[in-house]
Design a protein around this ligand. Structure first.
Ligand code: G
Ligand code: G
Ligand code: MN
Ligand code: NA
Length: 253
């Protein structure tokens, strides 16, 4: 209850902060985009990870104003980096179930994009499989509306949910993000290697982009490269960082 009360004030008191994690194209050795990852700088408890407060934000519906703030701030940040000459092409933003179910989601996203002046195709919204199986009709309609704007849609944590392949095929999806739990063990665990292999092949056959998450070692990079999965995100390349640190580290003038 205490954390919940504090969360009501967090946005107004500027305690929320967005970290950004680079997404690499290992073929061109360039960062193509970043994922926005929310952090809560709690005045007493210090930095709180999203796993500890996103569920509370969902239950209380605070995720709605917080999510809108994340979207606006991250789109503005991408625009700012581009204006500084940093050739990033994409911002990935996580969307939770509660947000996805808001009937003004389309209006909210389109007004943020026009307010910021960001081309819609530079925004990728990450949804989880669990969200898309909740209400099939609403999911399809909402996704089609969003796609109509020109934005891209990624399925996050792919492989950990329960959606069927036939259903996935019917949705306007651009990208599969391979869950980090599969990547973490690919070099020791034959099952995880097989699953990762299968997801990459699935994406390639369905003409979807595929990005591996949780890429931590050179072995991971080699495994993925050998299978032509060249989009990667993980500690091997960079941890999620403050916007300023991203610029310091990667903005070459
Ligand atoms: O950054 P970290 O690895 O701790 O993130 C943990 C989880 O929190 C991830 O599943 C991520 O999708 C989720 N998350 C991070 N930022 C946001 C956000 O802005 N909105 C939502 N809905 N989830 C987020
Ligand atoms: O949105 P999603 O659930 O995919 O969130 C990604 C999470 O994974 C974030 O909490 C981020 O901090 C974390 N993460 C990013 N790269 C790595 C990595 O290489 N290893 C591990 N263990 N976690 C990572
Ligand atoms: Mn994500
Ligand atoms: Na993920």
């Amino acid at each position: 209850v205490k954390l919940e009360n504090d969360l009501y004030k967090a946005l107004d008191q500027n305690e929320l902060e967005i970290y950004y994690q680079p997404q690499y194209n290992n073929k061109t050795s360039r960062i193509v985009g970043v994922e926005a990852l929310l952090r809560w700088n709690h005045p007493k408890q210090g930095m709180i990870a999203p796993d500890a407060f996103i569920p509370i934000a969902e239950e209380t519906a605070l995720i709605v104003p917080i999510g809108e703030w994340v979207l606006r701030e991250s789109c503005k940040q991408l625009k700012a980096w581009q204006n500084q000459g940093f050739p990033l092409e994409s911002m990935s933003v996580n969307l939770s179930v509660r947000q996805f179910e808001q009937n003004n989601l389309f209006t909210m996203v389109s007004s943020v994009l026009s307010e910021v002046g960001l081309p819609p195709e530079q925004l990728e919204l990450e949804l989880t499989e669990n969200l898309i199986i909740k209400n099939r009709e609403l999911t399809l309609k909402t996704m089609k509306d969003l796609k109509g704007l020109g934005i891209r849609i990624a399925i996050d944590d792919f492989g950990t949910g329960y959606s069927s392949l036939g259903y996935l095929k019917s949705l306007p999806i651009d990208t599969l993000k391979i869950d980090k739990s599969f990547i973490q063990d690919i070099t020791n665990d034959d099952d995880n290697a097989a699953i990762t292999d299968t997801i990459i092949t699935l994406a390639q056959n369905l003409n979807l982009n595929v990005i591996a998450e949780g890429v931590e070692t050179k072995q991971h990079v080699e495994f993925l490269s050998a299978r032509d999965c060249y989009l990667m995100q993980g500690y091997f390349f960079s941890r999620p960082m403050k916007a300023m640190d991203i610029a310091k580290q990667f903005l070459t003038v």
